[in-house]
Write a protein that binds this ligand. Structure first.
Ligand code: XIL
Length: 326
């Protein structure tokens, strides 16, 4: 059977994965799958602000550069992730992750410099940038992070897109979030935001649906949501797909029993079919590809087995079903 990237190419859809460049070259099986299976890659962590500017004014692009070089050597495109977010910020900017001693004026200048410097550094090498990540709460109210507080509103979003576009005019600029797969206050808030940005001429070309799903919740009305966002004139993408479930917990929250695995397989199948059914859906990216490396067990108690490959990097039923659906 063909690889996911080959099957995707036949239907005009790029299949991706979040990658950790530390494993490229050190884990042979991981490296092989990363090359063979995917035609777009996302840095899981190495382009985040805390990594790229660990001390104020001191940049470390090494992880991001390594990932970009790997991608280009293997004819893969890169989803840059991310420029503006409330999380994984450097300690010098916010020691506790919530507050900062910088003034509003200083924060605006810091944000502008960061967006411009990072987008310029990777200029011409990024297919899609997640310019702003996770700006809303689940109830649709704005997340009151340091950027929101500095501006007193959500105008930092328009600024970030404008700066990113100036720095790298060819990159497709995305707003990215979770829990917007289903219709509700949060996806409505993002929908209104995108509509307003488009009306104001702000350069936004896409919306990323993270798609971190959990079999204990109903499958979202993702197709309807992708469709209504696409009607605004933006691309859409599934950017961080994983399907977690309750497992028999060990260190990695594996293995999973047959009943839970069947539920996961059904969810995976629907995620790819939903993207395939919407013309504007231009990429489909699981958040990694081996259960041993997944972020899920560390964050969601008792849950795991959320990816297409098991902890020995063997493809699971979910992999086979994606292959069939493509
Ligand atoms: C996660 C990474 O997978 C972890 O390794 C890290 O410790 C925390 O961040 N939404 C996002 C991603 O946009 O950046 C997050 O990635 C997962 C949730």
């Amino acid at each position: 059977k063909d690889s996911l990237r080959e099957l995707g190419q036949k239907v005009g859809l790029r299949i991706g994965a979040a990658l950790n460049p530390d494993l490229l070259g050190t884990d042979a099986a991981y490296t092989k799958i990363a090359k063979q299976q995917f035609s777009t890659v996302t840095p899981e962590n190495v382009m985040k602000w805390e990594v790229v500017e660990p001390a104020k004014g001191t940049y470390d692009w090494s992880g991001g550069d390594k990932l970009v070089d790997f991608a280009h050597a293997n004819h893969q495109r890169v989803r840059g992730h991310n420029l503006v977010w409330h999380s994984q910020l450097p300690k010098w900017l916010t020691p506790d992750g919530f507050t900062t001693t910088y003034s509003s004026a200083q924060l605006k200048a810091i944000l502008k410099k960061h967006v411009q410097d990072e987008a310029r550094h990777f200029k011409g090498k990024i297919w899609q940038w997640d310019v702003v990540n996770e700006a809303f709460n689940d109830d649709g109210t704005p997340r009151e992070d340091i950027w929101y507080k500095a501006y007193g509103n959500l105008d930092y979003i328009a600024d970030a897109f404008t700066w990113a576009h100036q720095a790298d005019p060819k990159a497709l600029l995305f707003y990215n979030d979770y829990n917007i797969e289903f219709t509700g206050p949060k996806s409505n808030a993002v929908y209104s935001l995108v509509k307003k940005l488009k009306a104001r001429g702000v350069p936004i070309q896409g919306v990323g649906f993270q798609t971190h799903l959990d079999t204990q919740y109903p499958y979202p009305d993702l197709r309807a949501n992708l469709t209504r966002f696409a009607a605004l004139g933006v691309y859409v993408a599934e950017t961080e797909v994983d399907v977690r479930t309750f497992t028999k917990p060990d260190a990695m929250n594996t293995p999973v029993d047959g009943v839970h695995e069947s539920a996961q397989v059904a969810y995976w199948s629907r995620t790819i079919q939903d993207c395939l059914s919407v013309k504007a859906c231009i990429s489909y990216t699981p958040w990694g590809f081996g259960d041993a490396y997944s972020w899920v067990p560390g964050v969601f108690a008792g849950e795991g087995a959320a990816l297409l490959y098991d902890e020995q990097l063997q493809p699971k039923q979910a992999y086979t079903v994606i292959q069939q659906d493509l």
